[in-house]
Ligand binder design. Structure first.
Ligand SMILES: Nc1ncnc2c1ncn2[C@@H]1O[C@H](COP(=O)(O)OP(=O)(O)OP(=O)(O)O)[C@@H](O)[C@H]1O
Ligand SMILES: [Mg+2]
Length: 464
């Protein structure tokens, strides 16, 4: 038996697709169910328009095949037509094929006008019915795939494996973890100061994974207001809120079968943390405004420059969510803790920018390299990248000179903090906190552990 069914499966490729059949006559339902099952379709059936609506709201179907005449009014087809209108509103991408009584072409035309994709007259001809269903199911698959790809393309950059320069001893644990957890599907939390390369590490993890051929989907939790963020993550249905003119696929669904990168995770508001936790625990989510449960299978990488353990202590971050996210934690050391990598990174950026700006530059004068090595790099690799870009633009000879770098070593750099007065350090920290929070005084005060009024007093004192 087993052998036979294998051979059989090779000979006629069975149809894949889930079809909802609706008719108020049990014998019709049974006949259709057997016919479709024989073709390899999965089916569900219902005897009423209400049943169609409930089923479609709670499950994914590739097609609905429905009679237009239901029990309450068996000839006008009005109930069936109204159901079509409702189905359109719920999911306009779901193909509906209607069955009409022999000779009622007017009704069929009206049904098509209301969004039905095709119709068949009863009693139906099996071959014709199957041909219609096959075409519509394939079309719906193609349409959905097209919608998904279009959304992906909008969102994703096509980058391959990123360059990760890491030769220093301080980066060895990072490389070690990358090699070990990259190929797994473990959730990884990446921590480290601003500009230390958290996104580069996320891209590397993804590139090492089995989902590497699929794009990595990124969401920045710091970039949205709360409501918008929820629909970014989970999607929404038409009408969920005033601006929701169409259905929208959320990034969790976009990342299905692949990797989702949640950047700046500490910024996720508490009530969304609960929803996030649920998706991570069960793989289930609902689009905003919909009660239909959808399943996703997503590997989650997340990153933050905040001290999440501290956020947990103060009640701003859920501990249970942290445990879901940091199955593995990769901590990136600050650039000042891996100075061995500095010349490599600097030369790498130099080559890149020299090419971009068409400058014939071969390297750094030794004094310039000395300056790079002495500077404290509070903005880490990103700051180095910007400094080198600027230097490439400024340089006139073949080598970058110290003055091209525009770095004021020992003035702003925390590296010479031991030479600064207490007041200078305080004012420097305040400036940095404000810059980090884009001028938001409350947020900066929070970071500094000051009240708003205490911070305002200091701003006046330092003339900031
Ligand atoms: N080890 C590295 N090798 C090569 N390039 C790097 C490395 N680390 C960082 N970069 C580059 O430095 C820049 C900043 O890195 P990235 O965006 O990954 O930092 P981040 O930690 O995510 O920063 P933020 O906290 O500000 O989001 C990027 O252009 C990245 O390509
Ligand atoms: Mg980043």
């Amino acid at each position: 038996m087993v052998r036979w069914s294998r051979v059989h499966a090779h000979m006629t490729t069975p149809q894949t697709g889930r079809i909802l059949i609706a008719d108020d006559q049990a014998n019709v339902l049974e006949a259709l169910r057997l016919l479709l099952k024989g073709e390899g379709y999965q089916t569900e059936s219902t005897g009423s328009p209400e049943g169609i609506v409930t089923a479609v709201k709670s499950k994914d179907f590739d097609l609905v095949l429905t009679d237009l005449n239901f029990a309450r009014d068996t000839t006008s087809g009005q109930e069936g037509l109204d159901t079509l209108t409702r189905l359109q509103a719920i999911d306009s991408a779901l193909p509906v094929v209607v069955m009409t009584a022999w000779g009622s072409v007017g009704l069929a035309v009206e049904a098509m006008r209301r969004g039905a994709r095709d119709f068949i007259e009863k009693p139906w001809d099996n071959t014709r019915l199957l041909a219609i269903l096959r075409t519509q199911v394939e079309l719906s698959h193609a349409l959905r795939e097209g919608q998904r790809l279009e959304a992906e393309n909008r969102l994703l950059r096509t980058e391959g494996r990123p360059t990760l320069i890491a030769e220093s001893p301080a980066m060895r644990p990072v490389l070690d973890l990358l090699g070990r957890v990259g190929p797994s599907d473990a959730n990884v939390l990446i921590t480290g100061e601003h500009g230390t390369g958290k996104e580069v590490v996320a891209r590397s993890l993804h590139a090492l994974s089995e989902q590497a051929s699929r794009p990595m989907v990124t969401v920045n939790a710091g970039g949205f207001s709360e409501g918008v963020f929820e629909s970014e993550l989970f999607g929404h249905v038409k009408g969920a809120f005033t601006d929701a003119k169409t259905d929208r696929v959320g990034r969790f669904e976009l990342a299905d079968g692949g990797t989702l990168f949640l950047d700046e995770i500490a910024n996720v508001p508490l009530n969304l943390q609960a929803k996030l936790l649920r998706v991570l625990e069960t793989g289930e989510l609902e689009r905003v405004g919909s009660s239909k449960t959808r399943r996703v299978d997503v590997r989650v990488l997340s990153a933050t420059n905040a001290d999440v353990a501290q956020e947990v202590q103060t009640g701003r971050f859920r501990e249970d969510l942290l445990f879901r996210l940091n199955t593995i934690e990769i901590h990136l050391p600050a650039l000042r803790e891996r100075r061995e990598d500095l010349p490599l990174l600097a030369n790498y950026f130099l080559r890149q920018f020299a090419q971009r700006y068409r400058k014939r530059l071969t390297g750094f004068e030794s004094a310039a390299m000395q300056t790079l090595l002495e500077y404290a790099w509070p903005g880490n690799v990103r700051e180095l990248e910007h400094a080198v870009e600027r230097a490439v633009l400024m340089a006139q000879g073949e080598l970058v000179r110290s003055s091209d770098l525009g770095l004021r070593v020992g003035r702003e750099g925390a590296g010479r903090i031991d030479e600064m007065s207490l007041e200078d350090v305080e004012s420097l920290l305040i400036k940095k906190a404000l810059a980090r929070h884009e001028g938001n005084v409350s947020a900066a005060a929070d970071t500094l552990g000051l009240s708003r009024s205490a911070l305002y007093r200091r701003l006046r004192k330092y003339g900031l």
